[in-house]
Design a protein around this ligand. Sequence first.
Ligand code: GUN
Length: 288
Amino acid sequence: MAAKVISGKEVAAQLREQIKNDAADLTDKGITPGLAVVLVGDNPASRSYVKGKEKASAQAGIYSELCELPEDVTEKKLLQIVEDYNNNPSIHGILVQLPLPEQISETKVIETISPAKDVDGFHPISIGRMMTGQETFLPCTPFGIIKMLEQENITMEGKHAVVIGRSNIVGKPVGQLLLNNNATVTYCHSRTKNLSEMTKQADIVIAAVGRAEIINDSHLKEGAVVIDVGMNRKDDGKLCGDVDFEKASEKASFITPVPGGVGPMTITMLLHNTVLSAARIYEKSHSQ
Ligand code: GUN
């Protein structure tokens, strides 16, 4: 069976139209959604993500502000900048690009971001709300994955989803969101024994380990849905996922490519969260 390729690019483009309309409606009401992005140091991957976020914000009619700080910035200074954005009425979403240099505690930075502006969904309050099924900002990559599945009418209820990877940004939250959607969820990771025996039982495989093309047809059951969150560089410099696309396509029913799969969805959900945040802040100020 040849797998259907899910184009994250196309799904993202559709969603971005709606986001753009919502941002324009808010602007008409006098509140232009605003996103602050903080970039510390000069990590090329981080810089490239941040550029992508700025460009996408502009296209959606979202005001964005980039705060670039040197690699040796103090934690105190960064926390003060975050506080200033918390109190800045033209900013509705705050994103501090990770990873941060060693002298700075990521935990402290994330906990300083106001949960009302936590468009990354990384604050423990946001995570707690997600785990208890309350309304909150959902982390962008996991949220984008769920949107893609919904858009393709792939049911999660009653399905066995195997998540490979347990990062705070992707693995753990995507498993939680699948569970919230009534899937049965298994987490696998670097210490899992017999990975392929686990993944072979999966109706849905989420590959989020960060190792080039480690998942192939031998890991899959016929008709599995394969979502590839990997962003790896091969020796020749080419971008590739955690899944061997050609081989896995022979068994999968649906598969996401890299690039053009999950990546465009992540930025889209960031835009969505920023517009949602502005709308919530608007509603709050007009209901008092
Ligand atoms: N680094 C890699 N992905 C992300 C993300 O989604 N948000 C932030 N803040 N940093 C990241």
